[in-house]
Design a protein. Sequence first.
Length: 94
Amino acid sequence: MSKDAANLINAELSKRLAQEREARGISKKSLAGLADIDRATVKFIEDEEQNPTILNLIRYGLALKLDVGKILSESLQPHLAAKEPVKKAGGKKT
């Protein structure tokens, strides 16, 4: 996966986190309190200025009662190429 693809995935994840927060009517300030993270961190994550840490993704999920694993998976899917395993001579897969 290229660096560009990783940046696109991060952008999609950031966008989805912001949409989920807004859909619940929660401000960035309120989310920061609920998730026990700085308000600036919420802004940086949602504005794609910072890559979210796993810990902050977990905190988002718990605060919003949101399956962040599903959102990450949905963001990854368009970029994953389904490839068959390469077979070596003799039929063994690598």
